[in-house]
Write a protein that binds this ligand. Structure first.
Ligand code: 5GP
Ligand code: MN
Length: 324
């Protein structure tokens, strides 16, 4: 057996020694944050630990089929004592949107390149295709076993965070975990159908509206999608229905990057997606956000008439940089 990474060993030892744990992850949860938290919670419970999962936002309805979803508590703050807090999938301690985390024994487990190492123990692996890949290793290190429920959590996290096995960082390890998942009897096609063939007709209508109004910039290499509440109401759906829509323009050969603008009461919420070496994380960082090479985001609290042009210019530069 290969020796454990030093940070993973520290995480394992701390979890084996403690008794009560809080798990949390980022606001507006996605498949990886949900799957990683639920899988780790299940593993710790197998070992007789007390575990609570607290998130600031409820999960999108499409994830309701995941085992143990009802154990996730929604709260804006935590007060109760815990032996340690495990923060999964968060590059900063503000990402969970949960107050009361500071000052506790913090275990930071993440695969985002911009992690600021806010934990007392930081286990950071940018080579992981999903945080769930790290959670799988941790489950093994803890000596817990992969149940069908845990395997489903991990599989959904990997399936969604890799964009259905299309993004970077997919390695032999990814497929080894999936092999182990399949061994537990998880029906991969059934899970994929739950995630991808389960949307509302409203979402289909909204997709049509967004693509109809799509604007192409920078010699058709940047697609700009704009969404507001009026469009959601007209389509008859809510923000739950948006998952994945941002990726659609990338299906066109010429499109290298997507800027998805959501006009909200809190300002302009921006999602960026890109192909190949086009680094949208850098763009997001320059606007105060972050993320990954090909998927990043940020919020502009007070957009001006110049904001849109500035974003396009930054993304255009990222495209040019990737070509040199
Ligand atoms: P999405 O566009 O799905 O909201 O976010 C894509 C990715 O960008 C997320 O996985 C997350 O890593 C990152 N991200 C999105 N918004 C923010 C933000 O405001 N701050 C930081 N640091 N990262 C973000
Ligand atoms: Mn992730």
């Amino acid at each position: 057996m290969t020796p454990l990474h030093a940070d993973l060993s520290r995480v394992r030892d701390t979890l084996l020694q403690g008794h009560s744990f809080l798990l949390t992850s980022h606001a507006r949860p996605d498949g990886d944050s949900l799957g990683s938290q639920l899988a780790l919670a299940g593993a710790l419970q197998q070992l007789g630990k007390q575990v609570r999962i607290i998130n600031s936002d409820p999960a999108p309805a499409l994830y309701a089929f995941l085992p143990d979803m009802s154990t996730i508590e929604i709260a804006a703050a935590v007060e109760d004592p815990f032996d340690a807090v495990v923060v999964l999938e968060c590059s900063t301690l503000s990402r969970p949107g949960v107050a009361g985390l500071k000052g506790r024994l913090l275990i930071n487990i993440d695969h985002h390149a911009d992690n600021v190492m806010y934990g007392d123990i930081n286990w950071h692996d940018v080579s992981a295709c999903a945080c769930a890949e790290m959670v799988f290793e941790l489950i093994e290190a803890l000596g817990a076993h992969l149940t069908p429920a845990l395997a489903t959590h991990l599989y959904v996290a990997i399936l969604t965070d890799t964009g259905s096995f299309r993004h970077a960082h997919i390695t032999a390890r990814t497929f080894e975990i999936c092999r182990r998942v399949a061994e537990t009897g998880v029906d991969a096609a059934g899970v994929a159908a739950q995630v991808y063939n389960n949307s509302s007709l409203g979402r289909l209508r909204l997709t049509g509206m967004l693509l109809d109004q799509m604007q192409l910039e920078h010699d058709q290499r940047i697609a700009v999608l704009t969404l507001n509440d009026a469009m959601l109401a007209e389509a008859g759906c809510d923000s739950d229905d948006l998952e994945g829509i941002v990726n659609l323009p990338l299906a066109a050969r010429d499109v290298r990057a997507v800027i998805f603008l959501k006009e909200t009461d809190d300002g302009l919420r921006v999602s960026l997606r890109s192909k190949d070496a086009v680094d949208v994380r850098q763009v997001a960082v320059s606007f105060g956000g972050g993320g990954h090479l090909n998927a990043a985001g940020f919020t502009v609290e007070h957009p001006t008439p110049e904001t849109r042009g500035q974003m396009i210019a930054h993304v255009a530069t990222a495209i040019t940089d990737s070509d040199t």
